[in-house]
Design a protein around this ligand. Structure first.
Ligand SMILES: Cc1cc2nc3c(=O)[nH]c(=O)nc-3n(C[C@H](O)[C@H](O)[C@H](O)COP(=O)(O)OP(=O)(O)OC[C@H]3O[C@@H](n4cnc5c(N)ncnc54)[C@H](O)[C@@H]3O)c2cc1C
Length: 378
């Protein structure tokens, strides 16, 4: 096998986007993804319009998939106090099943090679990476991008700091049939967590919630938890009562960490959730994953043309850009999530927002980015 210019570990949103960008710029890219396509993923499936200019630049056109256009936010506290707002930039609703599959096909048509194997180990030595997969393949490359998501065996292998700590979060998601406005994303609090509700393509309703393990563990299963806890919020009660699940059973994931991570470790350039996961209530993780793919790809173009002269400069530049674009958003996300999990505080915040609605716009802006720029790409 020909050595790749770049190997990307993980073919999710971030990895596939970086693959599409780099192959457009003439790199020979191999993406290693352990799962097959298409596949459902636990995600709120609301994606901010921040990505649109960049998607156009990459030649990504999702219109055939018929995503919903989302322009409004409805937020409620545990007791059901509600506030409505316009989303300054807006976004769209599309399932990860369709979105990731589209990007996978686009990456292949751009010339990326996609290997369906699980990476077991990554070793950096003498300016070269050697990647071993569980099937025994060994691949070599000068550059490796880590796009292996929020939690992976590679994090353990690299002994990353965040993986040493237990994370208290788990998440549940399923698609439903039911009445819900196409242009709305609902964010509803319940004891111990919050739930996102929005329409995706094919008139499907995506319901996805994040909850602290402590709040969940005394219930036997997701059905009991939904009936006894989520439905305490009258808006969630109405939504669940009027919709029918189309999945056989909901998807669940656990050990979700929002701890700080480093964007470069062991010389691997980390993108997407591998570099840091923002609280989903910000509705911004996918846009950040895509944005970080752009940042790293553009720097690699500059590295190839020798505008960036060394690996050290590349790593420093990427860390600087990552922090500049995402660090304060992540902080605001953490602060907001902590506030919303305290029922009294969240009720008080909502009452303030009802009186001063402009403050909500400020909060949304603090947790969102601007449209991803494409003007000065290398
Ligand atoms: C509950 C919840 C709700 C969310 N809701 C929203 C939302 O509404 N809007 C939004 O913008 N964001 C949301 N997010 C965030 C969003 O889902 C993520 O930010 C996004 O999926 C990041 O993409 P990624 O490519 O970094 O990771 P992923 O999409 O997780 O991709 C990582 C890939 O790496 C692969 N992989 C892992 N280890 C290996 C290995 N060893 N070898 C090979 N492959 C490997 C995995 O199989 C996976 O395909 C939500 C997150 C959660 C937890």
């Amino acid at each position: 096998m020909r050595n790749s210019d770049v190997i990307i570990i993980g073919g999710g949103l971030a990895g596939l986007t970086a693959g599409i960008h780099l192959s457009k710029k003439g790199f020979f890219v191999t993406i290693i993804e352990k799962n097959d396509f298409p596949k459902h993923k636990v995600c709120g499936e609301y994606i901010s319009n921040e990505v649109m200019l960049y998607f156009n630049w990459l030649g990504i056109d999702l219109s055939d998939l018929r995503p919903t256009t989302i322009s409004k936010l409805q937020f409620s506290t545990v007791n059901g106090t509600i506030i409505n707002a316009k989303l300054p930039l807006g976004g769209f609703g599309i399932s990860r099943f369709e979105l990731d599959f589209y990007l996978y096909k686009k990456a292949i048509s751009n010339g990326c090679s996609i290997l369906q194997e699980e990476v077991e180990d990554v070793v950096f030595d003498s300016n070269t990476f050697a990647i071993t997969t569980t099937n025994g393949s060994i691949l070599k490359s000068e550059i490796v991008i880590g796009a292996f998501g929020k939690r992976s065996n590679i994090d353990l292998r690299l002994n990353r700091k965040f993986i040493q700590q237990k994370s208290p979060w788990l998440a549940v998601k399923a698609h439903y049939k039911g009445d819900f406005p196409n242009d709305l994303v609902g964010l509803h609090n319940f004891k111990g967590g919050y739930c996102g509700v929005s329409k995706v393509e094919k008139d499907l309703l995506n319901i996805c919630y994040l909850v602290q393990y402590e709040a969940f563990k005394e219930y036997k299963n997701t059905i009991d938890f939904q009936n006894l806890v989520l439905k305490q919020n009258p808006h969630l009660n109405e939504i669940f009562e009027n919709s029918k699940m189309v999945f056989e059973k909901p998807l669940t994931i656990s050990q979700i960490s929002f701890e700080k991570k480093d964007p470069v470790e062991n010389h691997i350039l980390m993108i997407g959730d591998t570099a840091g996961l923002i609280h989903p209530l910000c509705g911004n993780g996918m846009a950040m994953a895509i944005h970080s793919a752009k940042l790293v790809s553009d720097l690699l173009c500059k590295f190839k043309t020798k505008e960036i002269k060394s690996r050290d400069e590349l790593e420093k530049e990427y860390t600087k850009l990552w922090n500049h674009n995402f660090k304060s958003r992540m902080k605001s996300g953490r602060l907001l999530a902590n506030t919303l999990l305290k029922p009294k505080l969240s009720e008080a915040l909502l009452r303030i927002l009802i009186v001063f609605p402009f403050l909500l716009k400020t909060i949304i802006k603090k947790t969102h980015g601007k449209p991803i720029e494409v003007n000065n790409l290398c």
